[in-house]
Design a protein around this ligand. Structure first.
Ligand SMILES: Cc1cc2nc3c(=O)[nH]c(=O)nc-3n(C[C@H](O)[C@H](O)[C@H](O)COP(=O)(O)OP(=O)(O)OC[C@H]3O[C@@H](n4cnc5c(N)ncnc54)[C@H](O)[C@@H]3O)c2cc1C
Length: 385
């Protein structure tokens, strides 16, 4: 095993670092779950795209640099370490983009990918429905073919960034009478189409982090189908694999949190009980372990191995690590200043409090951790159902 980077990778890292140092704003942007913050994040993504840093591992014809996943991991480390904003178009960039690259027609790639890379179109994901979350294969939103169009109807929910997004990728039941994962089709839906109603949902911090999307006989051209009709489940699951695996939550994000946590601890150490030192040390070790594990996974992927059910292990690990790190931060804040929480919660926009509230959702989104543990039990460990 060679744990060193090549000279080329070191040079790539230095380039990324220099650019980020010059361009990342000192002050954080307003939350992307507000209209103003959403547009400011879009503008930031356009700056990133203009310099070729938005999708480094995509082919250059679609706005990338043709870099491999290893370089992307390096970029992500530098990105998060620089304090750069979260990616408002993460659904488009990390989930739909890879699916389009794998299953899209040439026409679809040329039409959608460059606009995703520049965040001209920000996407949301329309999988969940009011009665279909963990059991996604029970979904009921349907599509009926009428000439050159799908006519879509039904309700999607919990669509992150849906309140302000431009487009939604979703799966719809297009074969009447089909059951479970058969007869589903992956369709790209413009959210300004007649018949679409987007109703924002406020999150724990009061901002509209997601939305319900109602579809009342919405006409979408058949050319907006990704893959063949009926292949929706297969393509959706490949997207979900990317999501749980490495791309949605790269190690750089947690390395940055662990460093900030260590700095917070050092700042306030005089007033803290010694037990918190162990929690901070563990956060650091966990983030480093996740980093090395991800380099190992990506090395195997680059050697042609598939990422299978074991991506569920990653998802359980990063979500629980994130929660532990933020709980430790909240304990540090409370131990340092016992009165801090006396009058209720401090400002939800404080980065630690905001991060803590969001970390509570980690074990739920991208497939709940109970479901991931079932997958690990059955498909990785071979235990009975
Ligand atoms: C912050 C956030 C963002 C999200 N973003 C999106 C998005 O952009 N697009 C989208 O489509 N969805 C999104 N979701 C929805 C998410 O995918 C679902 O919440 C999740 O799949 C769980 O579904 P559910 O909420 O219907 O819960 P349920 O499926 O009803 O589960 C309820 C509880 O029962 C447990 N459970 C269910 N079945 C089993 C089983 N077989 N074995 C053991 N335990 C079980 C679950 O683990 C959970 O604890 C988001 C959710 C959150 C919290």
């Amino acid at each position: 095993m060679d744990l060193a980077f090549t000279a080329e990778q070191d040079a790539f890292r230095a380039d990324a670092r220099a650019w980020l140092e010059a361009y990342v704003a000192r002050e954080p942007l307003p939350s992307f779950d507000t209209r103003e913050g959403f547009e400011q994040h879009r503008a930031w993504e356009q700056t990133l795209a203009g310099a070729g840093w938005s999708v480094v591992n995509w082919p250059s014809e679609f706005g990338g640099r043709g870099a491999d996943l290893m370089s992307w991991l390096i970029f992500e480390e530098e990105y998060w370490a620089s304090g750069a904003p979260g990616r408002v178009n993460q659904n488009g960039i990390f989930l739909l983009g890879p699916a389009l690259l794998e299953y899209g027609t040439d026409e679809q790639k040329a039409r959608f990918l460059p606009r995703i890379a520049r965040s001209d179109d920000v996407w949301c994901q329309g999988w969940s429905e009011p009665n279909s979350g963990s059991d996604l294969a029970s979904l009921a939103a349907r599509g009926v073919r009428d000439g050159d169009d799908w006519v879509l109807s039904g309700q999607k929910t919990w669509c992150s960034r849906g309140a302000f997004a431009d487009w939604m990728f979703g799966i719809f039941r297009t074969e009447a009478g089909s059951e479970r994962h058969r007869g589903l089709t992956y369709v790209l839906v413009p959210l300004d189409a007649p018949g679409v109603t987007v109703r924002p949902i406020a999150q724990l911090d009061g901002e509209v982090g997601f939305a319900e999307v109602f579809l009342d006989d919405v006409r979408v051209p058949i050319s907006n189908t990704l893959g063949a009709p009926g292949d929706g489940w297969k393509i959706a699951m490949s997207t979900t694999g990317f999501e749980r695996g490495v791309v949605l939550r790269s190690p750089g994000r947690f390395l940055a949190t662990a460093s900030r946590l260590a700095a917070l601890y050092r700042e306030r150490v005089a007033n803290l009980p010694p037990s918190l030192r162990d929690a901070v040390t563990r956060a650091w070790i966990d983030a480093e372990a996740y980093r090395l594990h991800t380099f190992w996974t990506v090395s195997r992927f680059l050697d042609g191995e598939e990422m299978g059910a074991e991506t569920s292990l990653n998802k359980v690990f990063w979500s629980e690590m994130d929660l532990r790190m933020h709980r430790t931060a909240v304990e540090i804040l409370g131990s340092d200043d016992p009165g801090a929480f006396a009058a209720g919660w401090p400002d939800a926009h404080d980065p630690w409090i905001d991060g803590f509230l969001f970390s509570l959702a980690g074990p739920i989104y991208a497939g709940t951790n109970e479901i991931q543990r079932n997958i690990v039990a059955e498909r990785v460990l071979g235990l009975p159902r």
